[in-house]
Design a protein around this ligand. Structure first.
Ligand SMILES: [Zn+2]
Length: 102
């Protein structure tokens, strides 16, 4: 079982308190009325499926009920960091490929 650090509660909790909610950092098109069908379709339906570093949105469903982001390695399942909504990840695929340097 994974133990996940909730950045709002400030402590590690068991995985069954949380639910994954899909890819993080998906931006709604600024002007939906004037964006192309392809851009709108990408926003609604298409998600990344990387082998390696992935940024995901999770919710602390039976805890504080707040959404936050998780950086997880999709091969090892290792959770590398969690961070609050609106914050940016410290660990990215790019930082990992250069040995952790930005
Ligand atoms: Zn929490």
């Amino acid at each position: 079982m994974l133990h996940i650090y909730c950045p709002y509660c400030g402590e590690h909790r068991e995985q069954n308190e949380f639910h994954p909610k899909g890819q993080a950092h998906i931006l709604r098109p600024q002007d939906p009325e004037n964006c192309s069908d392809e851009a709108w379709g990408d926003y609604l339906f298409y998600r990344d499926n990387p082998r390696g570093i992935h940024h995901e949105m999770w919710v602390h469903a039976t805890g504080c009920r707040k959404f936050f982001n998780v950086t997880r390695h999709t091969v090892s399942y290792e959770i590398l960091e969690t961070y609050k909504m609106g914050e940016q990840p410290q660990v990215t695929a790019q930082s990992q490929s250069t040995g952790g340097e930005k």
